[in-house]
Design a protein around this ligand. Structure first.
Ligand code: AMP
Length: 432
């Protein structure tokens, strides 16, 4: 009998890698992790740690050697580098979803081609918006489908030219609109909301690199759907309703009000989840995919996607019968997928640097009530990597990051059973 454990190789050692590794271990597999930082959170759980840059082919080879499958825990892994190893190792999700998610222009065009509505968008800076001295005041070309400038051409524009570009693009879409860098933006970084003329000049500083200008959607709320597909079966987790603060996810609420009756998805929820599953199938993606949406009345718009576990899916660890990390691992290990079921109303609160003290206080208080024999620490003595139940139905996950700073994701707490109303009444003040 072959008793050798299967090994999953993970590119990236952040908190998502940590939680993938925990579930891989729960399923009896081993884990290898690559990260440039020697104190990356997932190293604490990994069986084999490789410290190296993501574009270091030798480090990638070391990571993948002996693995049954390779996955990535963030979408900015340089796709071109993976081309060197894709023939040799089993990058089971493939590189396509990674490349499709790395560029907002490609990502949104792809979403439309495969059946999802998006906010109106155009690339900027564009050839069509160049200031032409011999012009007749008309915009050349077709401003609805402008031709984007290359990164080199974008970088050589003067401040005046950038502002002109933005003015032309804003004329096409109208205000309010959002300017975003096409690559490497996250959590509201690399974007600017344009509501009035005075926003044009400061926003145009972003145009040193290729950007996308999007119509601002006055949405009712944001939602996300996390799916896992093995090519035959596609499952999705209960849709989360997401509340962002300052561009960063703050809370996920499940069941999403408006998209479920009791714990079960209603017709609106099923329509959204069905459209996302159809999108995933139409793209031919396998593995895990999270889709972020804006919901407005009966309409919903694709905002972005990530071919990895998603922050809004942390709640599945305690809130569902199976979780996003476990189903990703099942896919990677070639095991049948399990359809998830929501166990109870659940609220997930992200713990950013500014919330860490409050989270540790919650842990310290729960230990104080734990009875004789349990030593009680002051909040500041609680381990940065604490993971466990801190009072009934309060599941604290701290990621073990050594440096805390405002807005950095340091952990999350899942409250279940818990409704948003109960959270607001009983817990929200702790994080103010
Ligand atoms: P993103 O990095 O694209 O996910 O944007 C971060 C946050 O900015 C989103 O979660 C929304 O809250 C907001 N946002 C982004 N794009 C739009 C848009 N087109 N209309 C309205 N709000 C947006």
């Amino acid at each position: 009998m072959n008793t050798k454990k299967k090994t999953i190789a993970i590119i990236g050692g952040g908190q998502l890698g940590l939680m993938i590794a925990q579930e891989a271990h729960n399923l009896g597999a081993a884990v290898a992790v690559l990260d440039p930082a020697s104190d990356a959170p997932a190293f604490s759980e990994a069986d084999r740690c490789v410290v190296g840059a993501y574009d270091d082919v030798d480090a990638l080879e070391k990571l993948c050697d002996g693995s049954c499958a390779v996955t990535y825990e963030f979408e900015n892994v340089p796709g071109a580098v993976l081309r060197h190893i894709e023939d040799k190792y089993n990058i089971k999700q493939g590189i396509a979803p990674l490349l499709d998610s790395q560029d907002r222009l490609r990502e949104k065009a792809n979403a439309r081609i495969h059946g999802l509505k998006t906010p109106d968008f155009i690339p900027v800076p564009a050839l069509d918006f160049m200031d032409r001295e011999d012009g007749d005041g008309q915009m050349p070309g077709n401003p609805q489908f402008p031709v984007p400038l290359s990164p080199q051409d974008a970088s050589s524009l003067s401040g005046k030219e950038r502002q002109h570009q933005l003015e032309q693009a804003v004329k096409v879409l109208g205000m309010p609109c959002v300017l975003k860098t096409r690559t490497l933006g996250y959590d509201g970084h690399g974007q600017y909301v344009i509501r009035e003329d005075s926003d044009l000049e400061p926003a145009s500083a972003l145009l040193k690199v290729p950007c996308i200008l999007e119509k601002f959607v006055d949405f009712d709320y944001e939602a996300s759907v996390v799916m896992v597909s093995d090519g035959k079966n596609t499952i999705h987790f209960p849709i989360g309703r997401n509340i962002h603060t300052g561009g960063i996810l703050d809370l996920s609420i499940v069941p999403a009000p408006g998209l479920a009756d009791g714990l079960k998805e209603n017709a609106s929820g099923a329509r959204i989840a069905g459209a996302c599953e159809d999108f995933m199938k139409s793209c031919g993606y396998r593995g895990i995919l999270a889709v972020e949406l804006f919901v407005k009345g009966d309409d919903f718009y694709f905002n972005e996607m990530a071919p990895r576990p998603h922050n809004s899916g942390h709640y599945t660890i305690e809130g569902c019968s199976t979780n996003q990390y476990r189903e990703l691992c099942r896919f990677l290990l070639g095991e049948p997928l399990e359809t998830p079921r929501l166990l109870a109303p659940t609220v997930m609160k992200n713990i950013l640097g500014q919330d860490l003290q409050a989270a540790k206080t919650i842990v310290a208080e729960s230990l104080a009530g734990a009875g004789p024999g349990v030593s009680v620490d002051a909040p500041e003595d609680i381990d940065n990597a604490f993971c466990g139940e801190a009072g009934k139905g309060v599941y604290v996950h701290l990621y073990g990051k050594t440096q805390s700073r405002p807005k950095r994701k340091m952990g999350h707490i899942t409250f279940t059973p818990m409704t948003l109303r109960e959270f607001d009444e009983e817990w929200a003040y702790r994080f103010m």
